[in-house]
Design a protein around this ligand. Structure first.
Ligand code: CUA
Length: 300
């Protein structure tokens, strides 16, 4: 198996898929064999004159009933598997998923927020999905679940992780330049590990700005380690000269506190040369903006 079956739905979806694939292979073989048989039997060289058949009620009934039954069987297989994914157990843990250009945010009922999805193994989870900007699509291949994240709308997904492990989360709807980098992980943890993670409120003092960068989605496009992504890196930015385009005119300025603040509040004012003008306005409280800027100042 290339992709692990790591949830209850994975087993259901795969079994539906393989049963239908099996039926399709049988049909393909029958149709192809009949085709080859007739091509050979009625080839021109043989000069066989085909019989002119004038209609047969018996045959017509047969070829109506058999395909109808086959299609109904396929529908039933698909429906049972679909129903098992859409049915959400009442006790399911609810986690809000917010998609935005270009990162994921997972918010838990106790206020805990995370940029990766952490879930306890063996417990049903209900994801409530939405988007802050454009349409994204939330996809966990190992769980065989996928759902669109639509602005101003709430969609849902449900699953129970079967095995501890870390699995990929992808965005599968083209959502702009950073689409291919809109990745995250789902971490299925043992009950004990999950509980201690869930209860531990991240040390507020511990680099609050760094946590905000993650929670607000900044790290979807920027890094703190010096590598350039869709946007410039934050490392070594503070105090450095930056070449920007202001109203289309190139100028070099120093990345001081005022510049950093303004670049978050109004990203379109000074666009760093060499980077696309695509940063969405970010809603931040003044103290959050302060914390972020203070943090960037420490990234030497
Ligand atoms: Cu979000 Cu593609």
């Amino acid at each position: 198996m290339l992709i692990p079956q790591a949830s209850n739905s994975a087993v259901n979806v795969d079994s539906a898929f393989y049963r239908m694939l099996g039926m399709e292979i049988v049909l393909l073989v029958l149709v192809t064999a009949a085709m080859i048989f007739f091509v050979i039997k009625y080839r021109r060289k043989e000069k066989t004159v085909p019989e002119n058949i004038e209609g047969s009620t018996f045959l017509e009934i047969i070829w109506t009933i058999i395909p109808t039954l086959l299609v109904l069987v396929m529908f039933y297989i698909g429906w049972v598997s679909f129903d098992s994914i859409r049915a959400v157990p009442k006790e399911a843990m609810r986690i809000r998923v917010t998609a935005r250009q270009w990162s994921w945010l997972f918010s838990y009922e106790n206020g805990r927020q995370s940029s990766d999805l952490r879930v306890p193994v063996g417990e049903p989870v209900k994801l409530l999905l939405t988007s802050q900007d454009v349409i994204h699509s939330f996809y966990i291949p190992a769980f065989r679940i996928k759902e669109d994240c639509v602005p101003k709308m709430e969609t849902y997904l449900s699953f129970t992780a079967d095995e501890t492990g870390t699995y990929d989360i992808f965005c599968t709807e083209y959502c702009g330049l950073g689409h291919s980098g809109m990745l995250s992980k789902v971490v299925a943890m043992s009950d004990k590990d999950f509980d201690s993670w869930y209860a531990a409120v991240p040390a507020a003092a511990k680099r609050a700005g760094g946590r905000l960068l993650e929670e607000k989605g900044c790290l979807g496009c920027h890094t703190t380690d010096g590598t350039a992504k869709i946007g410039p890196t934050f490392k070594g930015l503070y105090g450095a000269p930056v070449t920007v385009l202001t109203n289309g005119k190139e100028r070099t300025i120093r990345a001081d506190e005022a510049y950093l603040q303004e670049s978050v509040r109004n990203p379109k004012t000074d666009v760093v040369k060499g980077y696309p003008d695509i940063m969405p306005p970010t809603q931040l409280k003044p103290e959050e903006l302060d914390a972020i800027v203070e943090y960037i100042e420490t990234l030497k």
